[in-house]
Write a protein that binds this ligand. Structure first.
Ligand code: CTP
Ligand code: CA
Length: 227
């Protein structure tokens, strides 16, 4: 179980991972973003390549170099671009992990010219983005493993189980972003796997690379059960 170097248990598997946050433009110079660093998603991609997977990484703008050995690297900005990149490739994937922090809302209107200060306030009107994980869940084919993430600041277990059920994920990797050492920007993460039936597996504080290894151990087990 600790022989991380030797494991090639994703050989022949197609794995799609989303990473980083999305950016929703307001005008040519401004956008709405979030605190995702992309580190967890990139750690997952690195681990999947190491284990022999054919890995597609769909990434929002992050300050990380794509890991070597990817089958495909797709850079996106807006949530709708991410949705297009993911949904067009989803049918052929064995494993899909949605580690990206997708913007829940986008501006109703994107100004073509830079918005000037003028003399009034700027009132933003935001509309909901498509929920990529929920769409993937609805379209999930037998044998495909779908994993979501949930960054929560309260009621982690209840929110996580509800999210797994509602979105059709095999499990959700939940972390309490209000805890030290967990979440945005950190190199470590303290996560709990939450299954749709409410079962949980809690891990101690680990490096994001070690968390990635535990996630793929769980995924490989699920892939084995579905065969
Ligand atoms: N997700 C997605 N598309 C969205 C929003 C979220 O695919 N438009 C995915 C995320 O990538 C993550 C999971 O859904 O894997 C949970 O994201 P989270 O933000 O925790 O949940 P939401 O359903 O957006 O609920 P809320 O933010 O209100 O807690
Ligand atoms: Ca959200």
């Amino acid at each position: 179980c600790w022989d991380l170097e030797g494991k090639r248990d994703l050989t022949g598997r197609k794995v799609l991972i989303t990473a980083g946050g999305t950016r929703e433009p307001l005008d040519p110079v401004r956008f709405i973003a979030n605190r995702s660093s992309g580190k967890m998603g990139y750690a997952l991609a690195t681990e999947a390549v190491r284990r022999g997977g054919q890995v597609v990484l769909v990434s929002g703008p992050v300050e990380l170099a794509p890991p070597p050995g990817l089958a495909e690297f797709i850079r996106v900005e807006r949530a709708e671009e991410m949705a297009e990149a993911v949904l067009s490739r989803a049918p052929e994937m064995d494993v899909i992990i949605k580690a990206a922090a997708v913007a829940d809302f986008r501006p109703v209107q994107v100004a073509e010219q830079k918005v000037k200060k003028g003399d009034g306030d700027w009132v933003l009107h935001l509309q909901k983005n498509p929920d990529i994980l929920a769409i993937l869940g609805a379209r999930k084919r037998p044998g495909q493993v779908l994993v979501g993430f949930a960054a929560e600041t309260h009621d982690l277990l209840a929110n996580g189980a509800e999210k797994a059920r509602r979105k059709g994920a095999d499990f959700i990797v939940a972390n309490d972003v209000s805890r030290p050492g967990s979440g945005f920007g950190s190199d470590t993460n303290e996560v709990t796997f939450i299954f749709p039936d409410g079962a949980t597996i809690s891990w101690p504080l680990l490096s994001k690379q070690e968390v990635a290894a535990r996630i793929f151990d769980q995924i490989v087990q699920l892939l084995g059960e579905e065969e």
